[in-house]
Design a binder for this molecule. Sequence first.
Ligand code: ATR
Length: 291
Amino acid sequence: MEIDAETALLAVLGHPVRHSLSPVMHNAGFRARGRNCCYLALDVAPEDVPAAVTGLRALGALGANVTVPHKEAVLPLMDEVSPVALAAGAVNTIVVRDGRLCGDNTDVGGFIASLAEVGFDPCGRGALLFGAGGAARGVALGLLRAGAGPIWIANRTYRRAVDLTDSLQGAARPGPDGAGAVTPLALEAVPAVAARAALVVNCTSVGLGPTAGESVWNDFACFRPGTLAVDIIYKPPVTPFLRAAASAGLPTLGGLGMLVHQAALAWEVWFGEKGPVDVFYAAARRVLGGD
Ligand code: ATR
């Protein structure tokens, strides 16, 4: 659709942001669904985040996505925050509604939707997460809301695993057989609990940037056959973490599904309808495949 005086503005705010797949996905979606919208990638320095976010309102933008490293910083700038964004402590989707900035989080639901797409229901099942940063918090929260448990948070820095576990206790509802329970774990202790997990997820940044080519965990023999190994990193499609899991015979899932589904759920926030998942996959793969 041609950009004209009616075109609504959306954007992703990040730093850096030039690598983002969101513009190609959303703009392909707008073309497919005939929406008169335009989606840009805007590189916003940390000190400019308040001005950029209030600028969305001033410009009459429809909304925005927020990506690394601003997801936590924008939360206190919102007029309203959804319960899931509040629990995650992070906003990845903003909608400007009647001049009010409303913050939401579709990463949490996007992760669970990507599991559903491959037929994995986390309800009542054990999950072992590597990492204790913002990404691990979102994944853990999604799993808890879906009824998973027990959940183990394994991290290089044990103290951070304890802190994340403590802060998730509000969302955790321990029941029989450890369902809903969250426990911190040192990396050395992973083999001792691995057999109780039906899901193992890399939520660390290992495999990205300076650690591209590395995996936070390589010995998957301690997991039961059939345990689903997930990496939320989507580039490359098969990360070293997933390669190691696959070589131990485990089924694997990359991070592209989470990216696509968080985008589809962002449409629900902006437009009240889910975005076109197939169009998003095709657009993202076109760019990733061209690397
Ligand atoms: P995010 O908010 O994206 O999750 P983060 O808060 O920087 O990012 O967290 C990065 C995660 O990757 C942390 O769990 C970090 O472990 P530490 O808490 O010990 O720093 C983990 N991580 C990063 N590099 C790592 C490495 N080389 N080995 C193991 N874990 C690593």
